[in-house]
Design a protein around this ligand. Sequence first.
Ligand code: ATP
Ligand code: MG
Ligand code: MG
Length: 350
Amino acid sequence: GETIGILGGGQLGRMIAMAAAQLGYRCHIYAPEADSIAAEVSAAFTCAAWDDGEAMAKFAADCAVVTYEFENVPVAPLAALGATPLLAGPLALETAQDRLNEKRFVTELGGTPAPFFPVDDAADLAAAMAEIGTPGILKTRRDGYDGKGQWRIMKPEDAEGLELPAQALIYEGFVTFFAEFSVILCRGADGDIRYFDSAENVHESGILALSTVPAPAAILEQVPAARALAAKVAEALGYVGVLTLEFFATANGPVFNEMAPRVHNSGHWTIEGAVTSQFENHVRAICGLPLGSTALAADAVEMRNLIGDEAHDWPTILADPANHLHLYGKGAARPGRKMGHVTRLSFGQD
Ligand code: ATP
Ligand code: MG
Ligand code: MG
């Protein structure tokens, strides 16, 4: 079969590669780190810097299509991909890798993010806090994930001793939400859009801990508006593949948090819990194939992340026959590192 190129070598790439293999595709991983867990399940691996144009051109020559599992891939070097299509496109990457761009873009499409203010220095932060007030969160515009690069400013004094990193930042108002949820859609090459059920997502220390489907009724009421925004985003970006938007469910309706132009941790439950997983549908979309059903395959599904600083006892997890255990092969557990996840389907009274 043809070869799919994947930029990035983490667990999302690994799970895309596993879905691709099922459909008869080979995957070629491109990542700067030598210990790629995606390469372990793939046909080929190039370990080279993001800006190594020669390596990237050789990689692209091997691939019918290129995708990414990580939105912080630098955009400029992607010119070396030449004629090989990059899906979802570079516009989605550029928009999603800068929180300021992303919030402006979504606002223009009618979405509602938390109030936000760009911050490049201490004077900007003072102005941001004067306008938005506290509590708020200061975030790096680029490169953050799993709550990294964020500072919570609960009261004005919290900002006093703060040493600002030498990076573009954004200050956003702290949203009072009763829950968090995500919209995960897949848009096919023909513009066909399928939505997965929206999971309720619970974060601990800024890291996703638990996703549950179906979400409670109070969230489900907000899903249509959130989906409508996600569809506008996908259409405006000419998007092909899986796209994720994270929302806060508030008393005033859904507040946009952020988007990920890729498969998403809050969609891992779809591997067993949906008729077609987010990974398979992403592969189908970027390969120009018809999309599979996104319908729920159980009455309820729960996905729990296995985070590195907790004690995990695999035999006990597997002793429950309803549990599906996924381990990413990362080796050393570090605090906050996502080592795997457990998915549990339930039927009827379970
Ligand atoms: P991801 O791994 O999802 O990309 P990230 O590092 O980009 O994470 P965010 O999604 O910005 O982080 O924030 C992580 C979590 O912190 C959110 O899911 C939410 O629980 C909390 N949070 C972030 N921003 C706000 C806000 N403005 N108001 C209230 N809570 C927030
Ligand atoms: Mg993020
Ligand atoms: Mg997030």
